[in-house]
Design a binder for this molecule. Structure first.
Ligand SMILES: *[C@@H]1O[C@H](CO)[C@@H](O)[C@H](O)[C@H]1NC(C)=O
Ligand SMILES: *[C@@H]1O[C@H](CO)[C@@H](O)[C@H](O)[C@H]1NC(C)=O
Ligand SMILES: *[C@@H]1O[C@H](CO)[C@@H](O)[C@H](O)[C@H]1NC(C)=O
Ligand SMILES: *[C@@H]1O[C@H](CO)[C@@H](O)[C@H](O)[C@H]1NC(C)=O
Ligand SMILES: *[C@@H]1O[C@H](CO)[C@@H](O)[C@H](O)[C@H]1NC(C)=O
Ligand SMILES: *[C@@H]1O[C@H](CO)[C@@H](O)[C@H](O)[C@H]1NC(C)=O
Ligand SMILES: *[C@@H]1O[C@H](CO)[C@@H](O)[C@H](O)[C@H]1NC(C)=O
Ligand SMILES: *[C@@H]1O[C@H](CO)[C@@H](O)[C@H](O)[C@H]1NC(C)=O
Ligand SMILES: *[C@@H]1O[C@H](CO)[C@@H](O)[C@H](O)[C@H]1NC(C)=O
Ligand SMILES: *[C@@H]1O[C@H](CO)[C@@H](O)[C@H](O)[C@H]1NC(C)=O
Ligand SMILES: *[C@@H]1O[C@H](CO)[C@@H](O)[C@H](O)[C@H]1NC(C)=O
Ligand SMILES: *[C@@H]1O[C@H](CO)[C@@H](O)[C@H](O)[C@H]1NC(C)=O
Length: 685
């Protein structure tokens, strides 16, 4: 009895063991090499020409990506009746026989990207009859046109996700998607669609996401898909977007019409939920400023039901946006042709968080527009032609802004206290304008003047960009009350760095490119947190010695007038932390390059422009990395000065001594006699 149970036990263990072998990873392999785990079989990249037959019968997911299966047939799949998901991407699949899925009726997900389903789409369409519960189908990159798609989808009533990207669809007729009442997500990117028949998407009552990016649509008229939440129309040729004019509520939340040729701000549905509206890279502007009231009125002759009606319409009345845009939180209108924004346009967007207006032609901008946009956190006005930023004297409600970019405009002056209300401002980019910072003490003359802009006491400010503002910063100026971490002062005229004293301790990043006097005094010892320092293009003749005590990671010394760096000891702080240093375009002395060895030997330091580091040897410039031998020798002559002197003078000295000795020996007797004579005379007895 005991023996029997032992045998049973052993038998069970034998049965269980193969499965337990890799129980830790929950993974093992079939004979054909497929990876098996939790009812999933992964047979990718095997050069298989047919579906493997040795997999467990109860698998639910079969992955056959990157194989060579040109056709699939019923017997191959009927071994796996529980199959729910089948992936056949990248197989060159041409034929799906009409009874292929007869034994796998529970299939819910089928991925057929990058195959040639178009070759025999009729049989494939027949095959799809057996999988009426398919929810997810990917037919991208199969060379399909509209008729093929119509045929393929005919029997698939319960699809929820359908991708037809990268096919050859040019038109969409209203019958293409008929019957797909469950469809939630439809992607038609990268086809050649130029026409969509009215009503094509109307039956898709559950459709939430529609992606039509990268097609050739010329316009959208009477947009009426009230059920949609996300619509992507980017990268088409739209000149015009117009929604149905009625009071029906649209569910639309995200609308992307970027990278098109829109000439007008889109005519959005009157009632919608749009919070993200992407309109960058178009040709939009507002036109009312081009016309007076009379020339912008147009008479329309309307002929309907045998009666004619003439009505006058002000063309640009649409600028008084009729849609309720109060829900928009993110609006991107960058890279367009806007010269101005009509009154009330921004004021209506009371939920705005981020507004991008960069790369337009705006000439003025009124900060007061934003008075009621209390949630606005980011405003980008860079690359415009703004010469005036208007501000309401009493405006104190503009407090929420965290990011403000007005770089590359024509600003000559700013209201002096424009930033004083912006207590939350973290990032301010004023670069490439002609601006001055207020340098005098608070309360001095001209407090209300606009000749300078005051950034003192902006306690939240961390990142400040003042590059190319033509500023002259002297000892009087200060950044009092700020704790900046990132400061770009490149392309200015800094006469004294003491102006930075107030913020020097907190700075992590500092750019002083092309802005320092060449006789800069050494002032960097207080910059204890500095990690990135750009000193390039300054004609500096001396390397500031205090830099060796800092813990920099990045240092740029290009285009200066340095002849050597005072780096002797690789245990200096700087050499322990430095990761990247740029050195090229300096007249280093070829005979004083020991510092370069110190840098190169310290392991972790990368000199990206090492190939271009040159040195000067009697007016000749050569690569500092591999000096010619004769230069090295000449340098030794120069540097080994004292030793050479000794070596040269030694033979002369020896000759001289020998000569002296000979003279003494020759006249030895004479000397002795003279000596004796002297002695005798002196002993006077
Ligand atoms: C719209 O589609 C394009 C192209 O695929 C994509 O780059 C973009 O991110 C999409 N827009 C949104 C809002 O997802
Ligand atoms: C034109 O006639 C149709 C029916 O023939 C009617 O529904 C419509 O209201 C008429 N329109 C006008 C403006 O009278
Ligand atoms: C338009 O007028 C013609 C005759 O002038 C008439 O035959 C036709 O029925 C009218 N159509 C409508 C819609 O009223
Ligand atoms: C003519 O058009 C105007 C505005 O569209 C409308 O108010 C008016 O009723 C129309 N008149 C007729 C006769 O259709
Ligand atoms: C716009 O919509 C918001 C919420 O959807 C609503 O509170 C507000 O009253 C509407 N404004 C107008 C002018 O209809
Ligand atoms: C801001 O809102 C107040 C009250 O709703 C209104 O009186 C004021 O005109 C608004 N300001 C702007 C610039 O729209
Ligand atoms: C400000 O805008 C310019 C141009 O669009 C951009 O290059 C720059 O990085 C922006 N500044 C910041 C701090 O993001
Ligand atoms: C703002 O204040 C200054 C001086 O206090 C005054 O000259 C100017 O007219 C005021 N501007 C506005 C728009 O109120
Ligand atoms: C640098 O040179 C300028 C004149 O070129 C001089 O006014 C200034 O005092 C010098 N600064 C230092 C620190 O020597
Ligand atoms: C450096 O010297 C060159 C030539 O003398 C001059 O053009 C350039 O303005 C100088 N740069 C600085 C930052 O002083
Ligand atoms: C570089 O330094 C030398 C002196 O070391 C000076 O004669 C020369 O004018 C400087 N060059 C520039 C561009 O400042
Ligand atoms: C190169 O070195 C020579 C001395 O060897 C010096 O006279 C000359 O000014 C140096 N050239 C430059 C550009 O520094």
């Amino acid at each position: 009895m005991a023996i029997v149970s032992l045998w049973i036990l052993l038998g069970c263990m034998y049965l269980i063991l193969p499965c337990c072998k890799n129980a830790i990873e929950g993974q093992h392999f079939s004979q054909s090499g497929c990876k098996l785990s939790y009812r999933i079989a992964d047979c990718s990249h095997f050069q298989l020409t047919s579906v493997p037959k040795d997999l467990p019968n109860d698998i639910e997911e079969l992955v056959l990506v990157f194989n060579n299966i040109k056709r699939i047939t019923r017997p191959s799949l009927s071994l796996y009746p529980d199959l729910k998901s089948l992936s056949l991407q990248f197989n060159g699949l041409e034929l799906i026989e009409s009874d292929t899925f007869q034994g796998t009726k529970g299939l819910e997900s089928l991925s057929l990207q990058d195959n040639s389903i178009s070759t025999d789409y009729i049989q494939a369409s027949e095959a799809f009859r057996f999988i009426p519960s398919l929810k997810k189908l990917d037919l991208s990159r199969n060379g399909l046109n509209m008729n093929m798609v119509t045929a393929l989808l005919r029997n698939l009533k319960s699809l929820e996700y359908l991708s037809l990207d990268n096919n050859m669809i040019m038109r969409l007729e209203d019958s293409v998607f008929a019957g797909l009442h469950e469809l939630k997500q439809l992607s038609l990117q990268r086809n050649y669609i130029y026409e969509i028949e009215t009503g094509t998407f109307d039956h898709l009552v559950k459709l939430k996401t529609l992606n039509l990016a990268f097609n050739s649509l010329p316009c959208i008229v009477d947009f009426s898909l009230t059920q949609l939440q996300t619509l992507n129309l980017s990268f088409n040729q739209l000149e015009w977007f117009q929604s149905m004019e009625n009071d029906v509520e649209f569910q639309l939340e995200l609308l992307d019409i970027s990278h098109n040729m829109l000439l007008f701000f889109p005519l959005l549905p009157r009632l919608h939920h749009i919070h993200k509206l992407l309109l960058s890279e178009n040709r939009m502007r507002f036109y009312a400023d081009l016309f007076d009231a009379i020339s912008s009125t147009v008479d329309f002759l309307i002929i309907e039901n045998n009666s004619t009606n003439i009505s006058s319409i002000n063309l640009w009345e649409e600028e008084k946006i009729t849609s309720n845009i109060s829900t928009i939180q993110y609006l991107d209108m960058s890279h367009n042709h806007f010269t101005y924004l009509p009154d009330g346009f921004i004021e209506k967007m009371t939920s705005l968080i981020e507004l991008k207006l960069d790369w337009n032609c705006l000439e003025t901008f009124s900060i007061s527009h934003l008075e009621n946009a209390s949630s606005l956190a980011e405003l980008d006005l860079s690359y415009n032609k703004i010469s005036e930023l208007k501000i309401n004297n009493h405006s104190q409600s503009f407090l929420g802004l965290r990011y403000f970019n007005v770089s590359r405009n024509d600003l000559q002056m700013l209201p002096r206290h424009i930033f004083s209300g912006m207590n939350g401002l973290r990032t301010l980019d004023l670069s490439h304008n002609r601006l001055k910072l207020c340098c005098s003490q608070v309360g001095a003359v001209g407090v209300h003047g606009n000749d300078c802009v005051d950034i003192r006491h902006l306690t939240a400010l961390k990142n400040l960009y003042l590059s190319g503002c033509g500023m002259v910063l002297d000892a009087q100026c200060n950044f009092y009350g700020t704790t900046l971490t990132h400061l770009d002062l490149s392309d200015n005229h800094i006469q004294s760095l003491s102006s930075l004293q107030d913020t020097s301790r907190t700075l992590l990043f500092l750019s002083l490119r092309n802005s320092l006097p060449s006789n800069l005094s050494d002032v960097f010892s207080t910059y204890q947190n500095l990690r990135y320092l750009d000193l390039s293009e300054n004609n500096l003749t001396n390397f500031p010695r205090s830099l060796t005590g800092l813990t920099l990671k990045f240092l740029d010394l290009r285009k200066n007038n340095l002849t050597f760096l005072p780096l002797y000891d690789r245990y200096e702080n700087l050499l322990k932390t430095l990761n990247v240093v740029y050195l090229s375009k300096n007249p280093f002395d070829c005979c004083e390059l020991s510092w370069l060895d110190v840098l190169r030997k310290s392991g972790s330091i990368n000199i990206p422009d090492l190939l271009h580091v040159t040195c000067n040897f009697s007016h000749h410039f050569m690569s500092a990395q591999d000096l010619p031998l004769d230069v090295l020798h000449s340098c030794q002559w120069k540097t080994g000065g004292t030793l050479l002197y000794l070596l040269l003078t030694l033979p002369i000295c020896v000759t001289f001594l020998v000569a002296l000795l000979l003279v003494i020996l020759t006249f030895k007797d004479l000397f002795l006699q003279a000596l004796k004579r002297c002695c005798r005379r002196s002993t006077g007895y």
